[in-house]
Design a protein around this ligand. Structure first.
Ligand SMILES: C[S@@+](CC[C@H](N)C(=O)[O-])C[C@H]1O[C@@H](n2cnc3c(N)ncnc32)[C@H](O)[C@@H]1O
Length: 252
């Protein structure tokens, strides 16, 4: 079955933060993540990109399109032994991170701060100054979950270029554009998902990725990268990139 990539604005993105349907849809998303096994998939990808070359004792991590931060909180809990100290910035254009979520991070030794801004403002260099101690690389890890699929190829390439210029490692977990994922997306109503989630789940799969579509947009100029792009679990598609070590250079 040929499934061309089609990016359509999702309903949730047009709703205000406190719209009851949006709040309910974000809770649906937490259940959908459990079914997709996203937490484990992201945890394994983060372990993989740091395995050959552990980062500094205190890792600087940025999540793009972080939503309410609850997914990464699950990842933080599962990784607390490998990553006991992380300064995490949760960037989203909506202000969704609650004090309870921030406290959840603190309970596993991570500090979490939210940055409310559009990711393309970030890409243009506004807000969130990259940590100076690793200049010019910036962040130790940038991560995104169910986020890159919001963007068509041209803006996505621009975003990936900004990511590559500001981190040494990148992990993305997206919907897989495949018949099984499409079938699954049509069944989210069985999990009790509301109309917003039911519609967005299907749109997300049509806008998702397969093969080496994210890698094809990763910048070819600048630093050398080791990249990996693969299907994960039943419904997900991952892209990981690690900046290749320069012989003779120290960590990270
Ligand atoms: C599908 S949700 C995923 C949230 C979270 N990463 C997760 O997996 O639970 C996508 C998020 O991207 C955010 N978003 C969409 N477009 C954005 C943009 N241009 N800049 C920043 N955030 C954006 C939305 O506000 C939303 O919270």
């Amino acid at each position: 079955m040929v499934m061309p990539r089609v990016v359509t604005a999702e309903t949730l993105d047009g709703l205000s933060e406190d719209d009851p349907a949006a709040m309910r849809s974000r809770r649906d998303l937490q259940r959908i993540h459990r079914v997709m096994g996203t937490c484990g998939i992201v945890g394994r990808a983060l372990r993989a990109v740091t395995a050959s070359r552990p980062g500094p004792a205190r890792l600087r991590m940025l999540e793009l399109g972080a939503g309410d931060g609850s997914l990464m909180l699950g990842v933080a809990k599962s990784l607390k032994r490998e990553f006991p100290a992380v300064d995490l910035t949760l960037l989203d254009r909506q202000n969704l991170v609650t004090p309870a979520v921030v406290a959840g991070y603190a309970s596993v030794g991570w500090s979490a701060a939210s940055q409310v801004m559009d990711v393309f403002d970030w890409a243009a260099g506004k807000g969130v100054p990259p940590p100076a101690r690793h200049a010019p690389a910036g962040w130790d890890v940038i991560v995104s979950n169910l986020f890159l699929h919001h963007f068509d190829a041209a803006p996505l390439a621009l975003l990936l270029a900004a990511v590559a210029s500001r981190t040494t490692r990148f992990v993305a977990c997206e919907p897989r554009r495949a018949p099984l994922a499409l079938a699954g997306s049509r069944l989210v109503g069985a999990l009790g998902a509301n109309a917003v989630t039911r519609e967005d789940a299907v749109l997300s799969v049509h806008a998702g990725f397969r093969g080496h579509e994210i890698g094809a947009l990763w910048p070819l100029t600048g630093a050398r990268w080791i990249t990996d792009e693969y299907s994960a679990g039943l419904f997900s598609h991952c892209f990981c990139a690690e900046r290749a070590r320069v012989p003779g250079a120290g960590a990270p």
